[in-house]
Ligand binder design. Structure first.
Ligand code: ADP
Ligand code: ZN
Ligand code: ZN
Length: 710
């Protein structure tokens, strides 16, 4: 008799969820979560054992080639979590698995051999190199203030009970949230358990890791996608073996192979970076709450500007609200001034004509404040959420706007020769031949900046609008002796470059830092006393239901950078919408006011948290196929929703705000479900439809709980 067994194997990155194989020698049966090498079509691949005794199917199965080390790489808990994740986000299990396993783990020869010593050596060396910095950050705060103490006690009680409890820690910038996290981690470690600290961006890791290493030494490891593969694998193993207790990372840290988890902290929980916007759309903040629930532990979501949804849960007592409304040592919140930059018909003109040297984007108030700050040798941050030099290029004779060949997007101008200061900053700047390139911010397609209009052959080509690059140039013209730096995705392309710029700024080697939202997060610069928001309205004008929330958060966060040291801070917000709720509330540091107004709007329009969304996007090169397909799908699903009495509203189909991207026409269909079960039923219908037409459906993308609608 044959001595075999049937196992089910999940192959990472494959859409076919799970495949069955024959295990020829059933004397040794691998556990769930073990790696096996299997044949697939005409090649071999490594997969994860998902089920160890499946039914023998009627057709002939292929044999497992070999079992890679006896120990499973994924725990039972991880497997369950991935199943949940695939089901909730309506994605194949193989794709979920691919997200969770760092490249390198799957085929690593021997996962047991790597030693921990490497990590510890690094830490020690680093401390010897940077004695001054280490000392600065190593201040141990002996007494927590009353709000910190209340927060800490609540979290620590939950840790000792080892029960699921979600906390929302609402603490203004500089209120000492990180100190509370550190204490909570120490508490968790005292029970011998591991803990995960999540931050939204790689850029925030260096300074947070310093504070955690000062407290917990070698017991800290980092997980994020920017690590070199070898290091990532080593850290992964150290965590799995329990050699490391504290895991710090970005959203992928939620997949860290912790064995005995006691606490998860999600810092800046409102941050959209927790949402992965490609391959697999998931929100790591939401997943942290699910992991906490599955493993019965507390989870702390912290923010100065909580997401509307999290605050709503706190108001409804699903989350425990902890509040820290004051900065430590009673440091004041910065004074915020709104400067109305609406063009007043005559005023704007006279300003344009009169002030030959002042760039038109720079109001009098901000100009004077920057000059004052330079004089006092204090630092300034200029914030503009748009990179590049000019935002569009047009022909003044026929009105032609240069657009991306593949996207429905106007091209932005980026200068190549940064030292060239020949461009003066008038409203519309004449284009020179050598100016640089026109770049599509969505697909990267670019052409040399052309001095001729392709439509009417006029040479009257102008650049309009401004980005961080132009700000930089204008400011260096105005303040030639000031030390400037730019911080945006062009300038700080790698984490290393980014860290260097931030380091230089914190060492006072830069007077004025000009940057996009990269500059707004978590950093603590004691000598930064002026924050100028050059144009606050950019994100307010996005066609998205959460545009006001995003703007309020962005403004509050960037404003929170000012005056975190001994010296008080000042913020100047330039806007053309001075009366908008988001800007007014940010000025008054009034989170509750903003929340109450915005939650009313959401209720009125039935947007989250009062409904749950699914977004379906279609990308297709042929415009007729695209429209026909999405209309058919919409008609089918509308009918199904009625037949099945699902409480979901179908909105659309409509062309996406960016109607063409990378050569494809884009349509979207939005589903507004009344609650979680309607959302699930809608998702099931969508999956059913896509499976029915799998061949066609490859250009569909399903996004559960979407936060972006462009
Ligand atoms: P947040 O994370 O809320 O922005 P931090 O935890 O970074 O705030 O605290 C801001 C600053 O105040 C840090 O330099 C920190 O060391 C210091 N700090 C925190 N708690 C206290 C305290 N109880 N007493 C004195 N200083 C504190
Ligand atoms: Zn023209
Ligand atoms: Zn493009």
């Amino acid at each position: 008799m044959s001595n075999h067994r049937i196992i089910e194997v999940c192959l990472p990155a494959r859409k076919a969820d799970i495949l069955s194989y024959r295990l020829p020698d059933a004397a040794f049966v691998p556990l769930r979560g073990t790696r096996v090498v299997v044949p697939i079509r005409n090649r071999i691949a490594t997969g994860i054992v998902w089920q160890t005794h499946a039914q023998e199917p009627e057709f002939v199965l292929k044999d497992v080639i070999k079992v890679l080390s006896e120990e499973p790489v994924l725990s039972e808990h991880s497997l369950n979590f991935l199943e949940w994740m695939a089901a909730y986000y309506l994605q194949p299990l193989g794709i979920a698995l691919h997200e969770a396993l760092p490249a390198g783990i799957l085929n690593a020869e021997n996962l047991d051999q790597t030693a921990v010593s490497e990590n510890s050596k690094k830490t020690r060396r680093k401390k010897a190199d940077e004695p001054v910095e280490a000392q600065q950050s190593e201040q141990f705060i002996s007494t927590l203030n009353p709000e910190q103490l209340t927060a800490f006690n609540a979290i620590s009680a939950a840790i000792s009970r080892k029960k699921f409890q979600p906390f929302l820690l609402h603490g203004v910038t500089g209120s000492g949230k990180t100190e509370v996290y550190l204490r909570a981690f120490a508490e968790c470690l005292s029970y011998g358990r591991q803990a995960i600290m999540m931050v939204p961006e790689i850029a925030m890791i260096p300074q947070i890791i310093r504070r955690f290493q000062d407290r917990f030494g070698d017991s800290v490891a980092v997980i994020h996608s920017g690590l070199p593969q070898k290091k990532r694998v080593r850290n992964w193993i150290d965590i799995k073996k329990g050699r490391v207790k504290v895991v710090i990372g970005t959203r992928s840290a939620i997949f860290a192979p912790v064995q005995d988890l006691g606490l998860i902290v999600v810092d800046e929980e409102h941050d959209p970076s927790y949402k992965q916007g490609e391959r697999f759309f998931y929100n790591a903040r939401d997943m942290a709450v699910v992991v906490a629930k599955m493993t019965n532990i507390p989870v702390v979501l912290g923010s100065a500007t909580p997401s509307l949804t999290s605050y709503f849960h706190a108001m409804n007592r699903h989350y425990t609200l902890l509040e820290m409304p004051y900065r430590v040592e009673s440091r004041p919140l910065p004074e915020v001034q709104i400067v109305d930059r609406k063009p007043k018909t005559d005023g704007a003109l006279s300003e344009k004509r009169g002030s030959d040297k002042t760039p038109y984007w720079l109001g009098r108030e901000l100009h004077a404040a920057i000059a004052g700050n330079l004089e006092r040798k204090e630092q300034t941050l200029l914030f503009l959420n748009r990179r590049g030099f000019a935002t569009y290029i047009f022909c003044e004779d026929c009105g032609h706007v240069f657009r991306c060949k593949k996207c429905d997007i106007s091209l932005s101008m980026h200068k190549i020769n940064e030292d060239d200061q020949s461009l003066s900053a008038n409203l519309a700047t004449p284009l020179q031949k050598s100016d640089g390139r026109l770049v599509c911010h969505y697909c990267g397609w670019h052409i040399p900046a052309m001095p001729v209009c392709p439509v009417c052959h006029s040479h009257n080509i102008k650049a309009a609008g401004y980005g961080t690059q132009r700000l930089f140039e204008d400011i260096s013209g105005l303040f030639p002796t000031a030390r400037l730096a730019r911080l945006d995705r062009d300038e700080a392309a790698s984490p290393k470059k980014l860290e260097n710029i931030l380091k230089a700024f914190s060492k006072n080697e830069i007077d004025i830092l000009i940057g996009t939202q990269m500059t707004t997060k978590g950093h603590d610069f004691p000598n930064l006393t002026l924050v100028g928001v050059v144009w606050a309205d950019i994100s307010l004008n996005f066609p998205e239901f959460n545009a006001a929330e995003r703007t309020f958060q962005l403004l509050s966060q960037v404003a929170g950078r000012a005056g975190r040291g001994e010296k008080p801070g000042r913020v100047i917000i330039q806007t053309m919408l001075p009366n908008s709720q988001a800007i007014q509330c940010a000025m008054r540091h009034d989170y509750k006011g903003f929340y109450e107004n915005e939650i009313r709007n959401r209720r009125l329009l039935d947007y989250p948290p009062f409904s749950r969304l699914i977004k379906l996007t279609l990308d297709e090169k042929d415009s007729i196929i695209a429209e026909t397909y999405i209309r058919q799908l919409a008609a089918w699903i509308r009918e199904q929703i009625i037949i099945n009495k699902i409480k979901t509203e179908v909105i659309g189909p409509s062309p996406c705000p960016i109607a063409r991207l990378k050569d494809a026409f884009r349509w979207q269909l939005l589903f507004k479900a009344s609650g979680i079960s309607a959302q699930r039923h809608t998702g099931e219908l969508l999956t059913k439809y896509c499976e029915k037409e799998l061949a066609k459906a490859k250009f569909l993308r399903i996004d559960v709980d979407p936060i972006s609608f462009l």
